[in-house]
Ligand binder design. Structure first.
Ligand SMILES: Nc1ncnc2c1ncn2[C@@H]1O[C@H](COP(=O)(O)OP(=O)(O)OP(=O)(O)O)[C@@H](O)[C@H]1O
Length: 302
């Protein structure tokens, strides 16, 4: 678990992070989103002790990063995959991490296999790696100490579609095994798929946070019926507004339970019935546009 409590950081007159509080829970993937310059990297740097907070604290399983005796076995960190020493080989970089953390030497080969870097690639200098290969190496370095917490800044950056899926499965398995994952990303579709919880910031402040399911749950229902027109008439007759979209689905402000009851009362067969959802991209643009116009609001959903 990562606990961020009232965390702020200012640089001169720039407020990079402005009294941010949230918890990234164990067993869940928390997506950390925000436009360029919103304060994501600064927050992550404060979590791992690279930047000193102006106010507040960040703790990992109750302790500050600086107080962890062997941080690499507690928290895996990948903030900038391009920051790896270009003159060293991938195997050397993993070897240094393995020795520093004092974990068994076999972890190097295990990590190479986990992140799908071949033996030949492992012996090449990192300066010759593609961005995606560096990301893979960065993930291997983050995981070599077998930590329970992962802090990853843009982990899918530079990965091909198969690599993105691989990363998604890896992080899902990590969280399903009880691990904590905090990741930032601009790939909203990706976050929409993988995240359990979402924290969104704009201009250093939280603009919304909560479970993905709660945040994306829209109002009303989407339904399909064998006879859409009949369902439309039935809803209207029951006092509910509804429209049939061009693809034959019916949208209404009525909750699914209400639509289901009306369908039963009129003996209509439904082929689909679900709560309406709003997309993460729409939510992101709406909420962060507000922060850019400096008319901020905060939304918290359990
Ligand atoms: N060392 C620094 N000195 C001065 N200003 C800084 C420093 N680090 C960050 N900032 C400023 O803090 C703000 C937040 O930057 P940060 O890198 O945390 O944003 P971000 O959300 O990670 O952005 P991006 O999505 O572009 O990576 C920006 O205005 C940035 O210019």
């Amino acid at each position: 678990m990562i606990t961020i409590d009232n965390l702020s950081r200012t640089y001169g007159s720039t407020v990079a992070v402005d009294h941010v509080s949230f918890v990234a829970e164990a067993g869940r993937v928390t997506g950390f989103l925000g436009p360029n310059g919103a304060g994501k990297s600064t927050t992550m740097r404060m979590i791992v002790g690279l930047t000193q907070p102006t106010t507040g604290t960040a703790t990992i399983a109750g302790r500050r990063f600086a107080d962890l005796p062997n941080p690499g076995v507690e928290v895996g960190v990948m903030l900038d995959a391009s920051a790896q020493h270009a003159g060293r080989t991938g195997r050397e970089i993993l070897g240094i991490a393995q020795q520093t953390m004092g974990v068994p030497a076999r972890r190097v080969d295990e990590m190479l296999e986990l992140v799908s870097l071949t033996s030949a690639e492992a012996d090449r200098r990192v300066g010759n790696y593609s961005l995606g290969m560096r990301q893979r190496l960065g993930v291997g370095t983050a995981l070599i100490g077998n930590p329970r917490v992962l802090v990853l800044d843009e982990p899918a950056n530079g990965l091909d579609p198969a690599g993105i899926r691989w990363m998604r499965d890896l992080l899902r398995d990590f969280a399903d095994g009880g691990g904590t994952v905090l990741l930032s990303s601009h790939l909203l579709r990706e976050v929409e798929i993988i995240a359990d919880d979402i924290v969104m910031i704009g201009q250093g402040r939280i603009v919304c946070q909560g479970s993905k399911a709660s945040l994306l749950r829209g109002e009303g229902s989407v339904a399909r019926a064998a006879d859409a027109r009949a369902l439309l008439r039935a809803l209207h007759a029951s006092g509910h507004d509804a429209t049939v979209t061009s693809d034959g689905a019916l949208t209404t402000a009525a909750e699914p339970s209400v639509v289901g009851r009306v369908a039963v009362e009129h003996q209509l067969a439904l082929t689909e019935l679900r709560a309406a959802e709003s997309g993460l991209e729409d939510m992101f643009l709406e909420l962060t546009a507000n922060t850019q116009r400096d008319t901020r609001r905060e939304r918290t959903v359990a």
